[in-house]
Design a protein. Structure first.
Length: 196
């Protein structure tokens, strides 16, 4: 397998305490690096940036300097891996704010003719979305139709050309126990080794 350039985006908003998502991130990175892939990390909770508050600021404003390295890492990567806990049925607000900031016109897509979104700026990249949650993953997938993950895949990642996007949904995290955590970290280690 050819070595891949991977950027891991940790979307947990807690900048102080380690959570399951951090252990899963570590396992993925260890597997990837052991297999010869290059890995960079972006910890959204460690970044200080304002929220976008208008279409004009998104279209014509400048990227906050604190996000320039993260945007450069995304441009560098061939594969993106996003980790986040499900909060109120969706990704945490800080992760959504981060994605809004970095996925700007001129970077995530470019205009052609009258269509401002004609050229998908991140085409040729793949992604995996890893989501932890308190509810059973099957309940989220089938009853709630995994609406927030599908929206992320379709309306953000897919919109800028990232494809394919695969997902790993991990439910009942409070009841996993040591054996369950070990099972999932081993699975993420294997996904990292395969750059998937």
């Amino acid at each position: 397998m050819t070595a891949q350039r991977i950027v891991i985006i940790q979307g947990h908003p807690d900048a102080v305490t380690r959570h399951l998502g951090h252990a899963l991130e570590d396992a993925y990175a260890q597997g990837a690096q052991a297999a010869g892939h290059e890995v960079r990390h972006v910890s959204v909770a460690q970044l200080d940036f304002p929220l976008l508050r208008s279409q004009q600021a998104w279209e014509a404003g400048t990227l906050p300097p604190t996000l320039a390295p993260a945007q450069a890492d995304i441009a560098w990567a061939q594969h993106l891996v996003l980790f986040f806990p499900l909060w109120l049925g969706d990704m945490p607000a800080v992760l959504k704010g981060f994605l809004e900031q970095v996925a700007r016109p001129g970077f995530a897509f470019k205009a052609e003719g009258d269509n401002p979104y004609a050229i998908k700026g991140l085409k040729g990249r793949s992604a995996r979305v890893v989501v932890t949650m308190g509810m059973p993953a099957l309940l989220y997938r089938w009853y709630f139709r995994a609406h927030s993950v599908k929206s992320l895949e379709r309306n953000i990642l897919g919109f800028v050309g990232i494809s394919p996007v695969n997902e790993t949904l991990i439910g009942m995290v409070d009841k996993l126990g040591n054996a369950g955590v070990q099972k999932w970290t081993e699975k993420l280690r294997k996904l990292g080794a395969a750059a998937q």
